[in-house]
Design a protein around this ligand. Structure first.
Ligand code: HEC
Ligand code: HEC
Length: 347
């Protein structure tokens, strides 16, 4: 009898958590408008049913390796990614700011481009960028190929032009031949961007969390497991969910308290999505970043203001959820986030 009662309590609590989780989910998404809510839910269902998932009811889902990659394009993209000729004075490559051996970032608050020019927004990792629904913090590029044009012509990054880049690469006979073999044409804006994007699509990073999601109970330690549970129960997964553990919706930074008033010195880059749409409701709205490999990508936030993962988690709890997270929860969440580090990164 007592055993039974214990069991019904457990069932009761599981139901309460489930209902609370869904309520938080609905509250946040209703902010984005009805239509987006519907399509997001649909997207989640589709992504879950598209592959065999043991734990299909979790708000996060296992990563899928890309199936139809063209190996020659990936190889060409890798070479271009490391080629400083994509910059004005042959000094800066994509890898200068997105070091694959360093989590796909440059470990600085703001990146340094050609002639020592300093940007005003933190560089995200290129790992798993193919999972993002749009590229850049403000979502101004719809695809990776479209994104690639950004840094090449950005005056504080590579400060070049497509004309310059195309003519430099065409002057390299070996490289030009390689393009002809792969694309049947010499290097041009379209195939350079395409090869870079194909390479980036290869950068998905399965982690221990994915193994757990696929049913391997021993993949996570008890602390990491508890970290995941509090990550869900505090409502982090209202925004950081799906295959990327983020990267599939926009959200305001400072939902419960005003992050920007608190920090001060508001810059144009803090306007986020507003810079693209000019809609008042998009002020301070950003693409929710993926948390995969987040342990490797300090400092955090679009303004690079948070130096440690602990402090980023504390701020998220406060500004996004209105909670002062207990220190035990913070420690365990950080351990869970660490388990999202890919097991086969470039090292
Ligand atoms: C000087 C440093 C620098 C260089 C060089 C650079 N990037 Fe970036 N990259 C950044 C910064 C900073 C951002 C964020 C900009 C923003 O969101 O407004 C970014 C954003 C991105 C993103 C979007 C990721 C996301 O989560 O939204 C991708 C993909 C990317 N870069 C790929 C590349 C590629 C490919 C190249 C080479 C053609 C390149 N980058 C060159 C600094 C750099
Ligand atoms: C309401 C949506 C929302 C909720 C809830 C939320 N986040 Fe975030 N999170 C964001 C947004 C938006 C950003 C990007 C903020 C920025 O830099 O402008 C972010 C950024 C982060 C970052 C920094 C990532 C990086 O690469 O810079 C971490 C870490 C993070 N969140 C963890 C958490 C944790 C842990 C929780 C739960 C305690 C949580 N988040 C809850 C929306 C949310």
């Amino acid at each position: 009898m007592t055993k039974r009662r214990g069991l019904s309590w457990i069932v009761f609590f599981i139901s309460v958590f489930f209902i609370m989780g869904n309520a938080i989910y609905v509250i946040y998404f209703s902010e984005e408008g009805e239509s987006q809510t519907g399509s997001l839910l649909l997207e989640r269902e589709v992504s879950v049913s598209a592959h065999t998932v043991k734990r299909a009811n979790e708000p996060i889902s296992p990563i899928r390796k890309p199936t139809n990659l063209n190996a020659e394009k990936v190889e060409l993209g890798y070479a271009l990614f490391h080629d400083p000729r994509l910059s004005k004075d042959d000094t800066v490559s994509c890898a200068s700011c997105h070091d694959l051996f360093s989590g796909g970032v440059d470990d600085t608050k703001f990146s340094v481009g050609v002639d020592g020019a300093v940007g005003d927004i933190n560089a995200p990792t290129v790992y798993n960028s193919s999972l993002n629904f749009v590229q850049f913090w403000d979502g101004r590029a719809k695809s990776l190929a479209e994104q690639a044009a950004g840094p090449i012509t950005n005056p504080v990054e590579m400060a070049s032009s497509w004309q310059q880049v195309v003519s430099k690469l065409n002057a390299d006979a070996d490289l030009s031949d390689y393009f002809i073999r792969v694309y049947d044409e010499k290097p041009n804006k379209k195939n350079i961007a395409d090869a870079l994007a194909e390479f980036e699509r290869s950068l998905v990073t399965p982690s221990r969390v994915d193994r757990w999601l696929q049913g391997d109970d021993s993949a996570l330690s008890p602390d990491e497991m508890r970290g995941y549970r509090v990550f869900v129960s505090h409502g982090c997964t209202a925004c950081h969910q799906g295959e990327g553990i983020g990267g599939n919706i926009y959200q305001r930074f400072g939902i419960m308290y005003d992050y920007f008033a608190n920090r001060g010195q508001i810059a144009q880059s803090d306007m986020g999505r507003f810079n693209v749409t000019k809609r008042e409701e998009d002020r301070f709205v950003f693409k929710v970043p993926s948390l995969r490999n987040v342990t490797l990508t300090a400092p955090y936030f679009h303004d690079g203001s948070s130096e440690t993962l602990e402090s980023a988690v504390i701020q998220m709890g406060y500004f996004q959820l209105g909670a002062n997270l207990p220190s035990g929860d913070i420690d365990d969440i950080v351990k869970f986030l660490n388990a999202l580090t890919g097991e086969d990164l470039y090292r």
